[in-house]
Design a protein around this ligand. Structure first.
Ligand code: ZN
Ligand code: ZN
Length: 311
């Protein structure tokens, strides 16, 4: 695409769609940063089917821009495909973030990410304000898919919508250099869910394991072959005859997410059940498939949807 006949630089404009786990607070500023470094004009915004970018610069600059988009993905984002096509230049020489467009289709969201080392250190540090706080998260870790109730990914579209951030959490959320900048689930013991579920998340698992001081066998809250319970009344009803005690809290659970099962075969991980930590990221296939819905035969059966190259 680069045009440099006789040293003359031709300005080009591309319409780019980035698909994958790229929505959220981190990706758009990252795109703007790259664009500014490379003197690329245009804009970026979230939309229902991924992140849309229009980029204008010389062909060589645009090549570098796409290459760096592809290779310098921020932590917590994963790109499955970048599509681009040439459109007519309009003379943009600054690059800006635009408001999200209305999404008719729900964008792919991020899978849950296990607790990061920094958050783990905090919940173990007696002088940290999140000491032993089981809902500790940051922009790099924590639940995503399992707490999402709609799109785009904002706090109001998660099960945290009922918990307003305290001043300290709000300051972390707004400070660009903070690890919690843009963390939609930001919370602490002052403002987050009053302690008391096995939200399928790991700070709590760490705390329980440490408290028990011995290995524990943990399983999802369901009777064999039945779907998992996700609210406490259902759990009391269906599991009352099995469980000795219930640990409950007041943050709702949006959906049951099963544990993933992975087996190592010939030194390669082979996924037997693709769920927590993987879903809802798509598997990308080599070429466009026909639109197809595949469902399992049982109550807990798997559902797969083929759309383009995403399964
Ligand atoms: Zn973290
Ligand atoms: Zn707080």
């Amino acid at each position: 695409m680069a045009q440099s006949g006789a040293g003359k630089r031709t300005v080009e404009r591309l319409r780019i769609t980035v698909r994958g786990a790229v929505q959220g607070a981190v990706f758009r500023p990252h795109v703007r940063e790259l664009a500014r470094e490379l003197s690329v004009g245009g804009w970026v915004r979230d939309s229902g089917d991924g992140v849309h970018i229009e980029a204008e610069a010389s062909g060589g600059e645009l090549d570098r821009f796409i290459e760096r988009l592809r290779t310098e993905t921020p932590a917590d984002s994963r790109i499955s495909v970048i599509l681009s096509r040439k459109i007519k230049p309009v003379g943009d020489d600054v690059f800006e973030i635009r408001e999200s467009s209305d999404s008719r289709r729900e964008a792919l969201s991020l899978p849950d990410v296990s607790i990061c080392p920094e958050c783990l250190a905090e919940i173990r540090n007696p002088s940290d304000r999140r000491y032993r706080y089981p809902f500790t998260t940051c922009a790099n870790c924590g639940p995503r898919f399992s707490v999402l109730t709609g799109a785009p990914y904002t706090r109001a579209q998660t099960t945290m919508r009922g918990f307003a951030m305290c001043d300290e959490c709000r300051a972390e959320y707004e400070r660009p250099a903070d690890r919690r900048h843009g963390n939609e689930l930001n919370a602490c013991p002052e403002c987050g869910p009053e302690l008391a579920a096995l939200l399928p998340y790991t700070p709590l698992l760490h705390l329980i394991a440490e408290g028990a001081g011995r290995p524990l066998v943990i399983t999802t809250g369901n009777v064999s072959r039945e779907p998992a319970c996700i609210d406490e009344r259902e759990a009391f009803d269906r599991l009352g005859g099995i469980a000795d005690a219930f640990l409950v809290h007041d943050q709702p659970i949006a959906r049951p997410v099963a544990d993933s099962l992975v087996r190592v075969l010939f030194r390669e991980p082979q996924v037997l059940r693709r769920s927590h930590g993987y879903a809802p990221e798509p598997v990308t296939i080599a070429r466009d498939g026909r639109p197809l819905l595949a469902v399992g035969a049982q109550r807990t059966g798997t559902v797969a949807l083929v759309e383009g190259r995403d399964v």
